[in-house]
Structure formats: C-alpha cells, structure tokens
Write a protein that binds this ligand. Structure first.
Ligand code: UDP
Ligand code: MG
Length: 312
C-alpha cells in the first residue's frame, strides 16, 4: 500500500488546526493509500500543540513534531521531510494549515504521482483576492526572481504546496542550506515535474504570520541563494567605470597628440589604478560567491536513476 504523508507547518494556529484537519480528512478516503498527517509545531506560543495532541489521540494517522522554539516555516518543512522519510513514505505533500492550499487538489496530486511524476508543484492562476500592494510586490518579485535565477517555474505565484515522491524527498534532504528557499529548491532538484494551477484562496481563520518586512527579506534571500545576484551588481559597475576611465585616458592622450596639451601622467595613473581596483573588486566578489557555493555543500548532481545497487 502506498504511504503518503501530509506535512503541515503550524505557528500559532490554534484557530485553524482543527478546521484544517476536518477539511483534509474528507479527501483522504482512498483505501489504497495509507495517509499520515504530520503536523510540525514551529514553537507556537498558543495552545496549537495541545490541539494537535488531541487530534493524535483520536486518530492514529495524526503524527507530530514539535520544535523547542520558532525556527520558521522552512525549518518546519525540513523536519517534515525527515519525518516522512523516517516513516518510509512513498510521497509527501507540503501544505499550509490555513486552507490557502486547497485539500480538494490532493486526489489530483496523487493522480499525477500515479502517472509517474516525481514532483508536482502548485501555483496560483491569478492573484485575485489579494490586497493591491501585496499583489504588486509579488508580481514584481516573481518577475525579478525569474530574470536573475532563470527559474521560469516560479514566474507566477508558486506555492510551497507540492507533492514530492521518494526520490525528490531524498534530493531535498541532501540540500542542507541553512537559509532555505523551498520554491527555489523545487527548480534546483529537477526530476519529472508537473505544475498544477488553482485559484487564490483566502485564509480560513487567524492571521498571516508574514509581515511585509519578513516577506521582503525572504524574497531577497531566495534570489541570493539561487542566483549570482550580488555578483552582478559590482560586475556591472566594474565594467561601466572601467569603460569610462579608459575613455578618460584616451581623451587625455588625444589632447596631448592633437592639441599639444601637456601629458597628464597623474590622470593616466589614477585612471589605470581605478580600473585595477574595479577589476580586483569584481574578482573578490566572484571568489566570495564561489567559496560560498562550496560551503553550502549542495550536491554537485542528483541522480534520478541508476542500475548500480548500493550495498547496505
Ligand atoms: N508558519 C510556520 N512558521 C512560521 C510562520 C508560518 O510554520 O514562522 C506556517 C503557518 O502556520 C502556516 C504556513 O506556515 O501553516 C503559512 O503561513 P501564513 O499563512 O502565515 O503565510 P501566508 O500564507 O500569509 O504567506
Ligand atoms: Mg497563509
């Protein structure tokens, strides 16, 4: 029997956990699937954990991991991955607890898994229903993100809501980035991927845990982790100023040759020294990026299939 784990990060969600549970179980009716719901309590300050424990008592499909403090949604999803692997899941589904990730899609995600897709990602069809400012910033973010990272999958409102099969779970576990950006990792890992679209859903109860500042930093972090964003900026300046300085040197030489003006050695030395500084700066940035990449210790490749058997 296929085992599917639904991983649900929760932070101060006492208003939503039970609503989520009652809704999601309506779609866990397939007798050929052994469903587990893994709640990850991310250091909630309210009684979220008591509600989860209550559910676990009456339903043995409910499991939980509870953090010592708030580590953030990304850490909660990582813990969910480890838990799903521990209980030998064939697939896991990441879901928010506020019903913004509609459970009615679960059978469709499973259907694509049956068809052989390894990773099934969801995204919003449009952003109707969101506030004007959030909509504008999200649109701008996804455009810039797609441009700097060349990740087209994220070009419109991608969600963390996704189904990951065994191979993708293993791939995700190999990526131990301290600053995680799951949506970027979906693109990084590759594998046979399907994108499913749905209409924007408002939160069922409670408040969002993300303010503008937190979202902004998260977005910038995502770009930094999956592009050479910060390397480009000094690179552009380095090239621009190098050209200007070389032009200035040429102008000085032209003045001397054409108009007999005294040759300005200082100007030449200054210009060339600045060019050197810009080029050095650019290489330092590059070195920092390369070192950082090595430190991140991401896998060099991820194998999808092989006929070489590992010996235990
Ligand atoms: N969440 C979490 N840790 C946090 C913040 C959020 O586990 O530090 C969970 C939260 O309980 C919810 C999901 O992440 O299940 C998405 O959060 P939220 O709905 O607040 O984000 P939004 O949908 O507004 O982007
Ligand atoms: Mg939400």
């Amino acid at each position: 029997m296929k085992r599917v784990s639904i991983v649900v990060p929760c932070y101060n969600e006492c208003e939503t956990v039970e609503i989520f549970y009652n809704e999601v179980i309506k779609y866990l009716t397939d007798d050929n699937i052994d469903y587990k719901i893994i709640f990850v309590n991310d250091g909630s300050k309210d009684n979220t954990i008591d509600i989860i424990k209550g559910l676990a008592e009456k339903d043995n499909r409910v499991l939980y991991v509870s953090f010592s403090r708030n580590f953030g949604k990304e850490a909660a999803m990582y813990a969910g991955l480890e838990a799903a692997k521990t209980i030998k899941s064939d697939a896991m589904i990441n879901m928010d607890v506020d019903l913004q990730d509609p459970p009615y899609l679960i059978p469709e995600l499973i259907k694509y898994h049956d068809e052989g897709y390894n990773l099934i990602i969801t995204r919003h069809k449009n952003r109707n229903g969101e506030g004007f400012l959030k909509k504008m910033f999200s649109l701008a973010f996804y455009k810039v993100y797609a441009f700097v990272t060349k990740d087209k999958g994220l070009s419109q409102g991608a969600r963390d809501y996704a189904l990951l099969d065994k191979k993708v779970i293993d791939a995700f576990l190999q990526i131990r980035d301290f600053e995680r950006f799951t949506k970027g990792i979906y693109n990084f890992v590759g594998f046979k991927t399907k994108i499913v679209e749905f209409e924007y859903q408002p939160r069922v109860a409670g408040k969002t845990k993300w303010n503008f500042k937190k979202l902004f930093h998260y977005g910038v972090m995502g770009m930094r982790e999956f592009s050479r964003f910060y390397e480009y900026i000094p690179k552009i300046f380095a090239w621009l100023f190098t050209l200007l300085l070389l032009f200035d040197t040429g102008w000085g030489i032209y003045q001397t040759v054409a108009n007999g003006a005294p040759f300005e050695y200082r100007r030449l030395i200054f210009d060339l020294a600045m060019v050197m500084i810009f080029i050095t700066l650019f290489y330092i940035c590059r070195l920092i990026y390369d070192n950082r990449r090595q430190l991140q210790n991401r896998p060099i490749y991820l194998c999808e299939e092989s006929n070489i058997e590992k010996e235990d």
